[in-house]
Design a protein around this ligand. Structure first.
Ligand SMILES: Cc1cc2nc3c(=O)[nH]c(=O)nc-3n(C[C@H](O)[C@H](O)[C@H](O)COP(=O)(O)O)c2cc1C
Length: 334
């Protein structure tokens, strides 16, 4: 395949974040050329039909979406559907702009088909992202907007900040995700505790006059009781779950990664993410977006069988390349 033979070796010679920027830059360029998206769409293969589904009141052309973190500021919304995605999730977007952690902050673990990242919510901020979404071509597939929290915001202020970011972006997304599960913002994951979580979801729902679906994204590292309690809270105050974010565990990668702070994604997360989908499905009827280690049609099918309504991927794209989504769709349709 062209990606494996040419693009991947070149990209993998670059620092991981730099490679991401090159790919994003190329896609932005293509997106600006008339017919660019159509050309990319043709290059990545045939599109499948017959995989449409309705979830939380939104019509999805297919169940394979892009996970949060690939397009944090929504720059690639017009072009990403050309890769075959049935939906996109941009972000995390924070209320105020912030630079994220110092670089390097994104690492490949090729032998495990994994990534370790401690980006720390680099974000242009809600206002700039809303402006971009209003001014550029809208997405041809449903658009999710994932909301994060600025570094250093205390728990008591979190509900107001999530609600403000939501209000600024509300008109531009088909669904929203409250992300309290990134391992790279100190204290953030503590907000998965019922009291804080309920306050955040209540504040966002209070701002939600348009009744957009609000999803909760959970960490894979929660204790069983905390996972169940968070899902119970979501059952009262949210319209869906995203299971799951990256893990702080280093199972499945070399010892040396224990010393590198950040969240682990990709193949090592596979089994854990599926198990959590299954557990969440046993606890709730809420729609579930299953994410973590999806690289093949079989992986996607396994998530759907475990109880996911939709599936997302990010790391698989780095190792599988631009034809991956369509390969998965063809496998699902077969
Ligand atoms: C570089 C990178 C940045 C990410 N940034 C975010 C983010 O800003 N918000 C979020 O909710 N998840 C973020 N994620 C997590 C992904 O959305 C996803 O939950 C996780 O990577 C597992 O899926 P995967 O194995 O297919 O990558 C990020 C992941 C990576 C690799």
């Amino acid at each position: 395949m062209l990606y494996d033979a040419y693009a991947k070796p070149l990209l993998f010679r670059l620092d991981a974040e730099r490679a991401h920027e090159e790919v994003a830059g190329l896609m932005a360029l293509l997106s600006a050329i008339p017919g660019g998206a159509a050309a990319l769409n043709a290059l990545t293969g045939a599109t499948t039909i017959g995989l449409e589904k309705d979830v939380f009141g939104v019509r999805f052309p297919n169940p394979i979406g892009l996970a949060a973190g690939f397009d944090k500021d929504g720059r690639l919304v017009p072009i990403l559907p050309a890769l075959g995605f049935g939906f996109l999730e941009i972000g995390s977007v924070t209320l105020e702009p912030q630079p994220g952690n110092p670089k390097p902050r994104l690492f490949r673990v090729p032998e495990s088909r994994a990534l370790v990242n401690r980006m720390g919510f680099n974000s242009e901020g809600a206002r700039a992202v809303a402006r971009r979404l209003a001014s550029q071509e809208t997405s041809s597939v449903p658009l999710g907007i994932n909301l994060g929290l600025n570094k250093g915001v205390e728990a008591a202020k979190a509900p107001a900040d999530y609600a403000r970011a939501f209000r600024i972006l509300a008109a531009h997304g088909d669904y929203f995700v409250v992300n309290v599960s990134s391992p790279n913002t100190p204290g953030l994951r503590d907000l998965q505790k019922v009291k804080d979580l309920a306050a955040i979801l209540e504040a966002v729902q209070e701002a939600n006059a348009a009744r957009k679906p609000i999803l909760l994204k959970l960490a894979p590292d929660l204790a069983d009781d905390d996972f169940a309690a968070a899902i119970e809270t979501a059952g009262k105050l949210a319209q869906g779950l995203v299971v799951s974010n990256t893990t702080i565990s280093r199972d499945g990668v070399d010892e040396k990664w224990r010393g590198e702070a950040g969240g682990l994604s990709g193949a090592p997360l596979k089994a854990r993410a599926t198990e959590l989908i299954r557990r969440a499905r046993a606890l709730t009827k809420l729609p579930i977006v299953g994410v973590g280690g999806v690289e093949t049609a079989d992986d996607a099918r396994e998530r759907l069988a475990a109880g996911a309504d939709l599936v997302q991927l990010y790391t698989g794209l780095v190792y599988g390349g631009p034809t991956l989504v369509k390969e998965i769709l063809r496998g699902l349709a077969a």
